[in-house]
Design a protein around this ligand. Structure first.
Ligand code: ATP
Ligand code: MG
Length: 388
């Protein structure tokens, strides 16, 4: 629904938001004009921050009825060189907490009025995730703590965004890695957060342990090497008090898996995925002091992750196939599917939904997400067009 800015400004109590988020009023009005803050209408009326505005994270959602602010999930910096980064970044801590970085999609769950809603990273309410979260999390936690937001990773095969089978999760599960206050976004300390989740029988991401900063490097290197050829993604290293921002560090194997995915749909994702991931491999090789054989093996794996999926995509297109990503959802009610279809349209994602299949008392729905840019580019080049 299109609204002009003056109508939107009437809806928003700009003074209140400005004071709660501690940003100047003109930043908010300016962002509304530039559509950096966007109005979204559905079961809930909300304004979402498409990008950061002053110091407030992108993905922030301001709900109107009732008035609630759920802050966007902050970006986590990545280290490529573990040892010096740990020493430099966590110098003021005695210890760091090392948690598993699970590979799924980021979800914030909050109570808005009497409804539990699940927000994606971008600050949209995803109807599928909201339904799953309502099945997974009982009302008790939010009954006692309506002012808190659960931030976690949605992981498993029945995932519309990041499907992964290697965690042995049957459908989709939610693992909390952060609890933050509404409005301020202030985090709860690591052990307090984990204890709280245990009390309410809500799952947390795995904790590898708390380590003295000086010893954390060896521990983390062992953890990452210990992942072996499983695709576990990596770790997030945290100040136990959650005062300093966390840092992430990931494995080469999951890095290559991301590249294989990105280069299957090379013209949609390849460019964004490429440079940073190549750099990670180079620094890790040096930090691990690899001999020539190990370094060559790394090069070969990196190269294969980039070229093989792309070659396969080109061949598929040459055989007249449409390049699409297969994902699946599992729901109790088909209404969730209809809502999710609408939601993908709102996001501008092109998808083909197949007929639902009954599995036990649930429906499994397969979806083909069409990555148009890769389809178009490949077809053009195969047809003799120039690259640029
Ligand atoms: P970011 O902007 O946070 O860097 P990204 O999409 O580039 O996001 P990733 O490389 O996936 O991110 O790393 C950050 C994400 O990892 C978080 O946003 C969160 O969804 C996810 N995550 C998984 N496990 C954890 C954990 N234990 N602690 C914090 N974040 C975690
Ligand atoms: Mg991720």
């Amino acid at each position: 629904m299109r609204r002009d800015v003056s109508e939107l400004t009437n809806k928003l109590d700009i003074e209140k938001i400005s004071s709660l988020l501690d940003i100047p009023e003109h930043s908010i009005t300016g962002a509304l004009k530039r559509k950096t803050i966007q109005y979204v209408y559905g079961k809930h009326e909300l304004f979402r921050f498409d990008k950061p505005v002053s110091s407030v994270e992108g993905g922030t959602a301001v709900f109107l009825e009732p008035f609630e602010i759920v802050r966007g999930f902050p970006k986590i910096s990545r280290t490529l060189m573990l040892y010096p980064a740990l020493i430099k970044h966590f110098s003021s801590c005695d210890k760091v907490a090392v948690e598993e970085k699970m590979n799924g999609y980021n979800v914030r769950v909050a109570l808005i009025g009497d409804k539990l809603v699940a927000l994606t990273r971008g600050g949209f309410i995803c109807p599928y995730t909201t339904q799953k979260v309502n099945d997974l999390i009982g009302p008790d936690f939010f009954h006692d703590h309506p002012e808190l937001v659960l931030c976690g990773e949605m992981v498993g095969p029945d995932s519309p965004y990041v499907p992964k089978i290697f965690y042995n999760i049957e459908s989709l599960d939610f693992f909390v890695f952060d609890i933050r206050e509404k409005n301020s976004g202030n985090p709860v300390p690591v052990m307090e957060r984990r204890k709280l989740m245990d009390e309410f029988r809500i799952k947390s991401v795995h904790l590898f342990g708390e380590f003295e900063v000086e010893k954390a490097h060896d521990a983390i290197t062992d953890i990452i090497k210990g992942f072996g050829d499983t695709l576990r993604e990596g770790v997030v290293i945290k100040d136990p008090k959650m005062i300093l921002p966390p840092v992430k560090y990931t494995s080469s194997l999951s890095n290559c898996a991301d590249l294989r995915y990105a280069f299957e749909f090379y013209n949609d994702f390849g460019r964004d995925f490429f440079f940073g991931r190549v750099c990670r491999e180079a620094f890790q090789s040096v930090e691990w002091d690899e001999d020539e054989e190990s370094a060559r093996k790394r090069c070969q794996e990196l190269g294969e992750s980039i070229l093989l999926p792309m070659i396969s995509t080109i061949k598929k297109k040459k055989n007249g196939e449409r390049i699409a990503e297969n994902v699946q959802l599992r729901v109790k009610s088909l209404k969730t599917i209809t809502e999710f279809e609408e939601f993908l349209k709102l996001l501008g994602i092109d998808a083909v939904f197949e007929q639902p299949e009954m599995i036990g008392n649930e429906f499994l729905v397969r979806i083909k997400k069409i990555h148009q840019s890769t389809n178009d580019k490949t077809e053009m080049i195969l047809g003799g067009h120039m690259w640029s």
